[in-house]
Design a protein around this ligand. Structure first.
Ligand code: SME
Length: 166
């Protein structure tokens, strides 16, 4: 059962991601609902990096269309509801099934500005047990160049657990 007061997370970013990964895994263990898993991860991620993470959430692959993302659980200001594969950073990451780091979103062709305060972004794919793309995790920052390889490794590890644990 998640508690309101949690142990402080390490200062070091890689260690913070490792602690967070363990915490998310403990919270979602045994919970079969995808939405419950995503919502818990979005909450814990946003709280772990409050200065850098301005928008933290999931865009789910539309099960009927398979070529469009629809917004899922998130923390932050109002997000766009739907993003076609290939459009914006989320759509590009979904199409490529790979993480994309964008240091300056204003320089990214086709970037979708849900909130004009976002200046950099990282989007990481989430795969199901069969290796099929299920969603992408999108994190936006008001800072430029807010994300690096440590964020990529940390977020990819957490995303790898979301639909494969248990
Ligand atoms: N900026 C994203 C769209 C989603 S929001 O920022 C919440 C993109 O270009 O994919």
């Amino acid at each position: 059962m998640a508690e309101a007061t949690r142990a402080p997370l390490p200062e070091d970013k890689a260690q913070r991601y490792a602690a967070l990964r363990a915490e998310i895994a403990a919270v979602i263990a045994g919970e079969p609902s995808r939405i419950a898993r995503y919502a818990s991860a979005a909450s814990l991620l946003a709280q772990a990096f409050p200065d850098r993470f301005f928008w933290t959430g999931f865009y789910l692959v539309d099960e009927a269309k398979r070529n469009e993302l629809v917004v899922g659980p998130y923390q932050g200001t109002l997000g766009c509801l739907r993003i076609p594969f290939g459009k914006g950073v989320c759509g590009a990451a979904a199409q490529a099934c790979a993480t994309i780091i964008v240091p300056d979103v204003h320089a990214f062709p086709g970037h979708i500005a849900c909130d004009s305060r976002s200046n950099s972004e990282i989007v990481t794919p989430v795969f199901d047990r069969s290796g099929v793309l299920a969603a992408v995790l999108d994190v936006d920052s008001t800072q430029f160049n807010a994300f690096d390889e440590t964020d990529q490794a940390g977020l990819e590890a957490i995303c790898a657990d979301l639909l494969t644990l248990d």
